[in-house]
Design a protein around this ligand. Structure first.
Ligand code: ADP
Length: 450
């Protein structure tokens, strides 16, 4: 049994977890930085402990401060949310060694999936399709040349320890290979303290499709179908949906089975996401697994009716999943728009005071946000302040409902990306589901020229 959860995060995900705790009769402890005294998570939790100054390195990433907060508040479990320490296996180990429950997968699973070369090795053994490329690490330019010739150009050189879209270089022909290889190695050493790199074929028009999985400590692993996350800018997702408008039933069965196989290979416990790239011919390849809850989890919750955060907590407490794969059904369509406090076309953050906040409401509209009228968005953290999720029987109706919800949203005092969503939702290619991972950036570039 878990009685009190320390939420090692801030913003809307902290609020999401605190809400789940409240509904489950579990006490919640928020941790907050000096810049977050008036933040919603600080106010909503049953208890709140200040863990340090505004910069994340001194607060939300500062393990000793968080562990002290857990001890003084007598928490018996830690939920890391996403971002910050959520994928740090050392943090998970410290939580476990302190006798608390870690709400997430095992540190070993996190470690394997956090190292792209180790992850690919595990996936190859499990029969999960991989992007053609090197078997493992590539140690020299000569080896890189052989691998790239075999895979065929363009290729992408990646750092094993990379993340968040960093530590990758695309190479279009052999002439550019040696400098890209050396640069990637040097940068990886500087940024991650590990210069292991590997090579993959660069897929030119892929979609980003990911599979939600959920595992318990009794050996059950299920999938909760796929999400379409191709609409990205700088590797940041902007709008996500479930199901993918591109995936047919046969492909869905195959990619979801691959997601379960990936999770099974690391004895996965909790909620996780297996990310794939899918070619126009619907062939798909594993790229990475995120060993945590994701921003876009609500679209899956809405089409399946499964409360993912509740189940993260239940399986961490040792409960078996209460449903089998066959009992998980898909219903309708869900879309999520991320609301960021930023200039929507220059993508520069716009922190500041919210003079007025009026969220949309009405039928089948969900708002997961961490702001209120009079709240000042601090400049130190991510610009995402919340998200709007809509559900409907069909994708077409879901888009209309989201258009209505975006129109209703009123945020005065700071600039947000509301207008970007308005235009994207009206875009014919978006409406037809005809896009790949380059679509949003190309479209924004065109908008910039007009
Ligand atoms: P990170 O851990 O930094 O997020 P990923 O391996 O998940 O790195 O890749 C991030 C993004 O880079 C992908 O979503 C995709 O847009 C692009 N990418 C990665 N590998 C390839 C590839 N082999 N071909 C084409 N694009 C790729």
């Amino acid at each position: 049994m878990i009685h009190k959860i320390l939420v090692a995060n801030r913003g809307e995900v902290a609020v999401r977890i605190i809400r789940a705790c409240r509904e489950m009769g579990i006490r919640s402890v928020a941790v907050y930085s000096e810049a977050d005294r008036d933040a919603m998570h600080t106010r909503l939790a049953d208890e709140a402990v200040c863990i340090g100054p505004a910069p994340a390195a001194q607060s939300y990433l500062h393990i000793p401060a968080i562990m002290s907060a857990a001890e003084i508040s007598d928490a018996d479990a830690v939920h890391p949310g996403f971002g910050f320490l959520a994928e740090n296996p050392d943090f998970a180990e410290i939580v476990i060694a302190s006798g608390m429950t870690w709400i997430g997968p095992s540190p070993e699973a996190m470690r394997t999936m956090g190292d792209k070369v180790a992850a690919k090795r595990a996936m190859r053994a499990a029969g999960v399709p991989l992007v053609p490329g090197s078997e493992g690490a590539v140690r020299s330019v000569d080896e890189a040349r052989l691998v790239a010739r075999e895979a065929g150009y363009p290729v992408i050189v990646k750092a094993a320890a990379g993340g968040g879209g960093r530590g990758m270089k695309v190479v279009h022909s052999e002439g550019g290979l040696s400098s890209a290889f050396n640069m990637c190695q040097t940068e990886a050493r500087a940024a991650f303290g590990d210069d292991t790199v590997f090579i993959e074929k660069f897929l030119e028009q892929p979609r980003h499709i990911e599979v939600q999985v959920l595992g318990d400590t009794h050996g059950h692993i299920v999938h909760l179908f796929e999400r379409e996350c191709s609409l990205q800018r700088n590797n940041q997702k902007v709008l996500e949906e479930a199901p993918s408008p591109f995936v047919d039933e046969e492909t869905r069965a195959a990619i979801c089975a691959a997601g379960v196989a990936a999770a099974r290979a690391v004895d996965y416990v909790g909620a996780g996401t297996v990310e794939f790239l899918m070619n126009p011919d619907k062939s798909f390849y594993f790229i990475e697994m995120n060993t945590r809850i994701q921003v876009e989890h609500p679209v899956t919750e809405w089409i399946t009716g499964v409360d993912l955060v509740e189940w993260q907590i239940r399986v961490a407490a040792g409960e078996p999943l209460a449903f089998t794969q066959r009992q998980i059904k898909r219903k309708g369509h869900a879309i999520e728009c991320r609301i960021n406090a930023e200039d929507p076309f220059r993508f520069t953050p716009c922190p500041g005071k919210i003079e007025l906040y009026h969220p949309p409401g009405g039928r089948s509209v969900r708002v997961d946000a961490a702001v209120y009228t009079g709240y000042t968005i601090p400049p130190y953290y991510d610009s995402m302040i919340g998200k709007i999720i809509t559900h409907a029987r069909t994708r077409e109706k879901c888009i209309r409902r989201m258009q209505r919800a975006i129109d209703e949203l009123a945020i005065l005092g700071v600039t947000t990306n509301q207008e970007l969503h308005r235009r994207l939702l009206a875009n014919p290619a978006f409406q037809q589901g005809a896009f790949d991972i380059h679509f949003l950036e190309n479209w924004l570039r065109q908008l910039g020229q007009h």
